[in-house]
Design a protein around this ligand. Structure first.
Ligand code: ARG
Ligand code: GLU
Length: 709
């Protein structure tokens, strides 16, 4: 019986582990993947993609700002990324007279390109394995605390040493949860200018409704340029653009900056994440978004005020629903459990491996302990701080640190910061929404967290308001000064330390302080402690997996979790079957935009100009050979957040499009990857060029690109 179940486990694990499309590979080690990539159709070499001896594709890929990817497409540093990645800058440059968000923006000359002070593009120049140096003198006997100290010291000296000989910015990054370390050399560009963006009803077409969803029709791109020493930057490499489009089963690869994945977690952790925490977050956010929707539909002003808040909450909300379903439908927990059974059997073969087994088993107790603190954190941030008044009051409560001994210039600085916070708050605040959010969030917070382990303010509701949350909310919003811009201005303008007492009595400050005190005093340190334990166990378990997988599953190659470093992932173009009786094709067209068009629904407005081009079928050389305008396509590349804006490239390494999303059915790929369902969504580069050329008439940009017909 034992034997049978082991065989079963191995088969189960094998089928889930040999997955051609899975993996985010370290570019410096891509040689190991070259044969497979070529067998899948790639016509170039690993050396063409990443080399430190000659120019290669890596010299055309940058980390755009802090969380996206961009790629260089001309000899003059022209840079493409997503519309949602450039969004902040498009917004910052917009005024009532020049509303680039609504109208789009096109610099018709280089002089018209707009500076974006603060925006950076970071390019990897070299990476060197320094694992031996970082882990020198560390043995199995070294305690976790000692280990952390030694590593910190080693990393500091490696960086100091390396920085002496280079103008690049150096850092040391951990891979495989502290089992491998690389020294990274990055060139940082800090003169990035905005060159172009389509109107939002193209760049954000489908809005939050279509977000994470296939079929998709978003023209999600914006254009920037890297400048160096005041002149357009001459890159070592820029991508050639392909006008051939994609066919089913074509080889593609994506080169970019994935932020975070957790593929090597134990089942108990995945279960906590997907079945305990996410459902709570989703439930809380569903209630908040319902309230937003109700008021946003009633009033166009409120729609704009809450658009960005809605997008922020909605993005994670939708993704986590996808994770929950994906883990369930594709048996994520069961697959992890089967793997762990095999792992434990392997550990039991020698005494030296026992420590890996112990690490795996120790997760149970730590996660059990962790759950209470994670839940408390979740309610604090998702329920407590979702009440805008509470969050605002928490900010304003900083004033209570002012005493009569605080130097005046410090007070002035704080006041001017808080004035900015206050102006931003009132610009987009709609009190009826917040009151309703407060009512539902406090009810849930109170119902879910035990009396002896929650902020005192929730117990006050029982004591002073007989458990009537509505009565408390009425009192809170009726008595606070923080819903009145006039009162807040008065407080800030004439602020004196003697006003602190009054401030601290404000019911919104009382509530905010109560929640923050509870979190800081009872949750934060404990959660951190659990996290440290978990990370140490994960490191040991990872080390075990790095030894076990090559032995037991020799055909499987390991890849490190995403950590915001440059990675290559590859997979084939193709649709998928999200559920019974439903099958998706791999591309969408402009016809779909016209089908979705609805002048009354903000997310589905189509401009006259686009409709004219569509009616005239005026696509020029950007049409597909089937005559239609292809808009987006999906492929089996293993991507995650941060890969937005990444180039998706063909077998020759030519640009096919820009990655911008995943299908939500496959969002569990951050925890468990399944090639049948995990697909990345890209905007077709031909649609991008069509918009630049035919729609905007910004042909000077087309002229500087290298285009392969
Ligand atoms: N889901 C994509 C990502 O995770 C796009 C988000 C921006 N788009 C939006 N409609 N909110 O970043
Ligand atoms: N839209 C995501 C980003 O901004 C990419 C989607 C994903 O998570 O794969 O990076």
């Amino acid at each position: 019986m034992k034997k049978l179940s082991l065989t079963f486990a191995i088969i189960f694990v094998l089928t889930s582990i040999v997955r051609a499309d899975e993996g985010m590979w370290i570019p410096a080690l891509l040689q190991k993947n070259e044969a497979e990539m070529q067998a899948m159709g790639m016509k170039i070499t690993a050396d063409d993609i990443y080399s430190i001896n000659h120019s290669s594709m890596k010299d055309a890929v940058v980390l755009f700002g802090g969380g996206c990817t961009g790629e260089i497409v001309s000899e003059q540093g022209l840079l493409l990324t997503n519309h949602h990645c450039g969004y902040d800058w498009i917004q910052k440059h917009s005024t009532i007279e020049h509303d680039y968000l609504t109208e789009g923006f096109w610099a018709m000359t280089m002089e018209e390109e707009l500076a974006c002070p603060g925006l950076k593009a970071t390019m990897l120049r070299n990476m060197v394995d320094v694992t031996d140096k970082v882990l020198e003198n560390i043995t199995e006997e070294t305690s976790d605390e000692e280990r952390a100290e030694i590593i910190k010291k080693h990393i500091k000296s490696i960086i100091e040493e390396a920085q002496k000989d280079t103008e690049y910015k150096v850092s040391v990054e951990s891979f495989y949860i502290g089992n491998q370390y690389f020294l990274m050399y990055n060139e940082v560009f800090d003169d990035i200018r905005m060159v172009g963006a389509p109107p939002s009803n193209i760049g954000k077409f489908g809005g939050d409704t279509d977000n994470w969803v296939w079929p998709r029709h978003t023209g999600d791109f914006s254009i920037f340029r890297i400048y160096k020493d005041g002149k357009p930057y001459k890159p070592d490499y820029h991508f050639t653009i392909s006008l051939k489009g994609v066919e089913k089963d074509d080889f593609t690869f994506v080169f970019g900056y994935p932020a975070r994945t957790n593929e090597y977690l134990p089942a108990v952790a995945v279960n906590q994440e997907a079945n305990v925490i996410y459902p709570v977050v989703v439930d809380l956010r569903t209630q908040i978004l319902d309230i937003y929707n109700k008021y946003q539909e009633q009033d166009p002003k409120v729609r704009i005020q809450y658009a960005s808040k809605h997008a922020g909450l909605g993005n994670g909300w939708k993704k986590w629903m996808g994770v929950i379903e994906g883990i369930r439908n594709f048996k994520g927990i069961e697959k992890k459990q089967a793997f762990e059974e095999t792992f434990i059997n392997w550990c039991q073969e020698t005494r030296a491996r026992m420590r890996y087994m112990h690490a795996l088993r120790d997760f149970d107790a730590v996660y059990a302990e962790y759950e209470k603190y994670r839940m408390a954190t979740t309610y604090f941030t998702e329920a407590g701080l979702s009440i805008e008044l509470i969050e605002f009051a928490a900010n304003m409560a900083k004033l209570s640190e002012v005493t009569k001994d605080t130097p005046q210039e410090e007070i002035d600085k704080l006041i001017s910061e808080l004035k900015a916070v206050s102006a931003a708050f009132f610009k987009d605040y709609y009190q009826p929404i917040d009151e309703e959010v407060a009512l539902t969030m406090l009810e849930d917070y109170r119902a879910a967290q035990p009396e002896d382990f929650r902020p005192e303010i929730l117990n006050e509701i029982d004591k002073k308001f007989k458990g009537d949350v509505k009565a408390y909310v009425d009192f809170l919003f009726g008595k606070t000064m923080f819903t009145s811009e006039e009162k807040v201005n008065k407080l800030l303008d004439g602020f004196k330390p003697s006003k602190v007492k009054k401030l601290e009595k404000d019911p919104a400050v009382v509530a905010a302080n109560s929640m923050m005190d509870f979190y800081v005093e009872n949750v934060m340190a404990k959660a951190k402690e659990c996290n440290t334990k978990i990370n140490n166990l994960r490191r040991v378990y990872m080390e075990g997996q790095m030894k076990m997988i090559p032995e037991v599953f020799p055909e499987k190659r390991l890849y490190p979790d995403a950590n915001f470093t440059l990675r290559v992932t590859y997979g084939k173009v193709g649709g998928f079957k999200p559920k019974d009786a439903v099958e998706y094709r791999h591309y969408t067209t402009l016809d779909g935009i016209m089908q979705k068009e609805n002048p009354n629904i903000y997310d589905y407005v189509v401009t006259d100009r686009l409709r004219e081009l569509y009616n005239a079928k005026d696509y020029g050389r950007y049409a597909d050979k089937d005559g239609s305008m292809h808009v987006a396509f999906i492929a089996g590349n293993h991507t995650t957040g941060g890969n937005s804006g990444s180039p998706i490239l063909n077998a020759e390494g030519q640009l096919l499009g820009l990655n911008f999303d995943r299908t939500w059915e496959g969002t569990m790929s951050d925890l468990v990857y399944d090639p049948s369902i995990c697909k990345n969504i890209s905007v077709d580069i031909r649609y991008v060029l069509f918009l630049i050329d035919k729609y905007a008439g910004c042909t000077r940009l087309i002229d500087e690109m290298t285009i392969a017909e």
